[in-house]
Design a protein around this ligand. Structure first.
Ligand code: ADP
Ligand code: MG
Length: 462
């Protein structure tokens, strides 16, 4: 054997492009949220190599622009990581009959740490700057900021954040890490999900490397552990975590944890852990109010440089209440819809695009609430709507209320009729048609009035 002969590197264009793309998608999946992935990455088709450039196909010009504006670096980084060298990317836009090619300006980012995480495992997207403050999260934000400024030196140790899903626990937790990294308030920082902690620990046991494992976690200055409810009933991992916790705490190192419920409700977690989790500060993140939801959407739109009419923002924020991830998802969906259909974003499109999300929310609106709002608006007593009066203003208010019951609830015509003093379903149909015709005629006063009532109903069910 002649060991002096260098291995000839395989030219990149000999690599199987489908396999390359498949590996890229694995990386991408880990670095964007699922809604984003499905909207922007699933439609990409790998096409092959062209002069040592990697060619992918996308369904529209908008799609290409969006990817280039938002995800160029991450796609490039993933591709380069898989292939082992910088690879220029070429986009083919295939839109019905049109066919255009765009060659991505090669803005090579060698260091993919920003996106893939270095050994802090932080995602740079989560910062305090882009966390919108509101009534529900003010306290948690103040506590996390205090901890980020002086890790280990406040009485908030550990700091435990808890809330339902999609309300910003991971965001705030990682914001602490990103802040500490940027401002240098902590040297060794480590973010880990409890799931990863568990998996790595099991694998360390299997490979006789538990010392190494312990070493990694017990020598940091700032430990950020996400979703500790995942540790429930995992005894050995809990044990390991207990020792990690003690070591760090004794050394005055900062620990921040998140959970989907308050520590004392973590049934299946050892008592001694639960009691330790309550040594410092436990802060809840509550669901955001309407103003906060609007502000969050505005911020996301700005971040993505898109101009969204206020009414659209209000429409989404009014309809999606309990989960910020869903709020973001709705925005992405609307944009994708507008791009795929080549339509401008307006209220009608928003309603169509978000139909499935909204229809599951219809249940929140009850006939009684609609009746109450309508009566309040026209200042008439509730029972008159259900009564026999044929006085014109009352009959009209009744028709308006019926119209909204049909539009905003899932009740059948028959059962709507029953809620209005046992009227027949044909009466309801007639009412709905009458109001629809009024709206079609488009007299401003009438249209405005209906829209005001609609908003009031939406607010009433918040
Ligand atoms: P959790 O960990 O509680 O399930 P996340 O931290 O993953 O929730 O938040 C879900 C999404 O909502 C993330 O994309 C996050 O950036 C965003 N988000 C949550 N709260 C806010 C906020 N107050 N301002 C801006 N974005 C937010
Ligand atoms: Mg989370």
């Amino acid at each position: 054997m002649n060991s002096g002969v260098d291995k000839v590197p395989i030219p990149v264009n000999n690599l199987n492009y489908k396999a390359v793309w498949e590996e890229c998608t694995d990386i991408l999946k880990n670095n964007v949220n699922p809604e984003t992935y499905n909207t922007w990455f699933t439609p990409i088709i790998p096409v092959g190599w062209q002069n040592e450039q990697f060619v992918i196909q996308v369904p529209s010009r908008f799609h290409y622009e969006w990817l280039e504006q938002h995800y160029q670096n991450i796609i490039h980084a993933a591709l380069s990581q898989v292939v082992g060298e910088d690879v220029p990317l070429v986009y083919n836009v295939v839109q019905k009959d049109e066919h255009q090619t765009f060659i991505q300006p090669v803005a090579v980012k060698k260091n993919i740490g920003e996106y893939m995480g270095d050994d802090t495992h932080l995602n740079s997207r989560y910062t305090f700057e882009n966390f919108v403050e509101g009534k529900g999260n003010q306290f948690a934000k103040a506590a996390t900021l205090a901890v980020a400024e002086k890790p280990g030196k406040t009485s908030f140790n550990p700091l435990v954040l808890y809330s339902g899903v999609g309300l910003g626990k991971t965001h705030l937790l990682q914001a602490i890490g990103n802040f500490a990294k940027e401002k240098g308030t902590a040297k060794r920082i480590r973010y880990v999900s409890s799931e990863k902690f568990t998996i790595d620990f099991i694998s360390a046991i299997q490979n006789n490397r538990t010392n190494e494992f312990s070493q990694i976690y017990r020598t940091v200055d700032l430990l950020l552990v996400d979703d500790i409810h995942f540790l429930l009933s995992k005894e050995r991992t809990q044990e390991e975590f207990f020792h990690t916790f003690n070591t760090l705490h004794q050394k005055g190192k900062q620990i921040v944890l998140t959970s989907d419920r308050p520590p004392k409700e973590l049934v299946g977690l050892e008592e001694r852990l639960i009691s330790r989790f309550q040594w410092g500060l436990v802060a809840e993140i509550q669901t955001p109010d309407l103003e906060t939801r609007i502000a969050i959407l505005q911020q996301k739109a700005e971040y993505d440089s898109i101009v969204l009419p206020v009414e659209i923002i209000e429409f989404i924020a009014t309809n999606i209440k309990s989960n910020i991830r869903e709020l973001e998802g709705a925005l992405i969906k609307l944009l994708a819809y507008s791009s795929l259909k080549g339509m401008d974003i307006n209220i009608e499109l928003a309603k169509i695009a978000l139909n499935d999300i909204l229809s599951t929310k219809k249940r929140d609106v009850s006939i009684e609430k609609i009746q109450r709002v309508v009566c309040e608006y026209y200042t008439i007593p509730d029972d008159l709507l259900r009564g026999k009066s044929r006085k014109q203003e009352i009959a009209y208010a009744r028709q308006v209320a019926m119209y909204f019951c049909k539009e905003m609830t899932r009740f059948s015509l028959k059962s709507i009729g029953l809620h209005f003093g046992g009227r027949d379903h044909t009466t309801v149909i007639h009412a709905v048609r009458t109001i629809e015709n009024e709206l079609k005629r488009g007299e401003k006063k009438v249209v405005d009035e209906i829209e005001i009532i609609r908003k009031k109903i939406e607010v009433a069910v918040l």
